[in-house]
Design a protein around this ligand. Structure first.
Ligand SMILES: *[C@@H]1O[C@H](CO)[C@@H](O)[C@H](O)[C@H]1NC(C)=O
Ligand SMILES: *[C@@H]1O[C@H](CO)[C@@H](O)[C@H](O)[C@H]1NC(C)=O
Ligand SMILES: *[C@@H]1O[C@H](CO)[C@@H](O)[C@H](O)[C@H]1NC(C)=O
Ligand SMILES: *[C@@H]1O[C@H](CO)[C@@H](O)[C@H](O)[C@H]1NC(C)=O
Length: 193
């Protein structure tokens, strides 16, 4: 190999390495620091248990003892920073059987849903049949863009959700409601503290 092409090659390798290192250094991971969580259920018909672990892990067991003909899900995600107006990140109420289409239409939610369906036997179909539905320690990827969207240096986010049953008189009966609040922490990737 002649000297010229040899040095061009090594310069190219250095440029590629430098770009790569720069990307590595700039890459950030986002972790949820949960401030509180609580939920209600509709025992003995609809029993929910959730546990949270560090590193963005969520596990849950839902026991349905009586089928739910017309389940409706609601979700409200709000961001709040000191001295700022609350910002509504997401607000929806929809029949559970329509939710798959809605989530798929929001690119940020799709990986969370796919991850959840992979790690659980939950279903987005109606009616909700009797059974025990389990989600093993699901981790939200620290590189998930939804987390970076919710990140605010001093802000907290709250998630308020519910699974409701639409009764024949179109009244909404809550089967389970949940509230979470947390901060998103930004850290370098690969650090586990
Ligand atoms: C859950 O916590 C929120 C915020 O602190 C509170 O408003 C709500 O009443 C609590 N719900 C239950 C069921 O404890
Ligand atoms: C919820 O699950 C945790 C972990 O499996 C368990 O320790 C706890 O007793 C359960 N709580 C209820 C109310 O079932
Ligand atoms: C969320 O949307 C519903 C229905 O569109 C609306 O009634 C409700 O006020 C909204 N919630 C907030 C906090 O804006
Ligand atoms: C979901 O998985 C759990 C644990 O593997 C199992 O006990 C349960 O029967 C499954 N439920 C359904 C509806 O398939």
């Amino acid at each position: 190999m002649n000297v010229l092409s040899d040095s061009i090659l090594s310069i190219t390798i250095w440029i590629v390495l430098a770009i790569h290192l720069e990307i590595e250094c700039k890459e950030k991971c986002y972790y949820i620091d949960l401030l509180y969580s609580n939920w209600t259920d509709d025992r003995p018909r609809f029993i929910v248990n959730m546990t949270f672990s560090s590193q963005n892990g969520i596990a849950s067991v839902t026991t349905i003892n009586d089928p739910v003909i017309s389940p409706v899900a609601s979700l409200l995600i709000v961001q709040q920073s000191p001295n700022e107006k609350k910002r509504i990140v997401y607000n929806m109420t929809t029949k559970l059987c329509a939710i798959k289409g809605i989530i798929d239409a929001v690119p940020l939610f799709k990986p969370v849903k796919e991850n959840m369906l992979r790690q659980s036997n939950y279903t987005f179909s109606c009616p909700l049949n009797k059974g025990v539905y389990v989600m093993n320690n699901m981790r939200i990827n620290p590189k998930n863009p939804l987390l970076s969207l919710l990140y605010q240096a001093k802000g907290i986010f709250t998630v308020t959700g519910a699974l409701l049953e639409e009764l024949p008189n179109s009244e909404m009966h809550p089967l389970s409601t949940y509230n979470f609040a947390g901060k998103i922490l930004k850290k370098g990737c690969g650090r586990l503290d």
